[in-house]
Design a protein around this ligand. Sequence first.
Ligand code: 13P
Length: 340
Amino acid sequence: MNLDGLNKIARAMVAPGKGILAADESHPTIKKRFDPIGVDNTEQNRRVYREMLFTAPGIEDWIGGVIMFDETLRQHTASGIPFPELLAGRGIVPGIKVDAGAKPLAGFPGETVTEGLDGLRKRLEEYRSLGAGFAKWRAVIAIGDEIPTAFCIEANAHALARYAALCQEADIVPIVEPEVLMDGDHDLARCEAVTDAVLLEVFSALARHRVVLEGIVLKPNMVVAGQDCPQQPTVEEVAEATVRCLRRHVPAAVPGIAFLSGGQSEEEATANLDAMNRRGPHPWELSFSYGRALQASALRAWGGDSARLEAGAQAFAHRARMNHLARSGDYQPALESGAS
Ligand code: 13P
């Protein structure tokens, strides 16, 4: 294990002003993104769409890493350049989702545990040879009447830590993603209490599994109210609760925290990140690793039409630049209208 190398990769992924594009949708998930814009979920359409994102103008100034799905890591541009090579050539670290998805946790109705540890050491070796500098594993924690149970949190933290240790052994930076879902009508305080419990368990497991914190990136949810909660907090309330929760649990040795967007709109996710960075300085980089909140308008602008590839790329570049501004607390909603 090369600790300096891991730290260097982690810092490049969340370098000041930069964040991560999560473009690692599995086939069923990308289908959910393509269906509303009437695009068939074919290998060719997935390739064209990802090429549009990865070749967007200017993004190397705002994007430090891209998370890909297995198929994407093996695909090429129309002119034959492998995607990992294209990204690395732009100074963007290529990454790979390695988990096999959240599956029902036997004996615990409504809860899941993420699978994918079997054979992982061998898969990481191959991904490294294909150019991956980092990996991602997503644990999913749902909030409900009697859940999450302590057991579900422990099982997911254990799997995350085993994955992270295997990544570091292979000189791949693990993105450690414990996602507390926004589904439900719970309030902000409940989300904060659950996120507290999850981060406590995750950092305890990482320590016990001898994971080196200087060589990881944490990808948490923001502390928000459930989507169906009638009492929706303000941007300032979300920023305050999220920063408070992270400060309690995330050691300063961690180079960066890159949030998932989890169902927030593009502009909400940017405004929340901006408000948190206005509250800095923080001991870690506070960044983004958005999927939907970086792609929603790009998908709409493109719509599967080859004549609109440039419009789609521009829409993505705009979102990347807005989040770049949020990295230093310099975002303003007024910049959204027409500006690029
Ligand atoms: P969202 O930002 O759409 O939540 O996706 C991020 C991600 O990679 C979830 O694993």
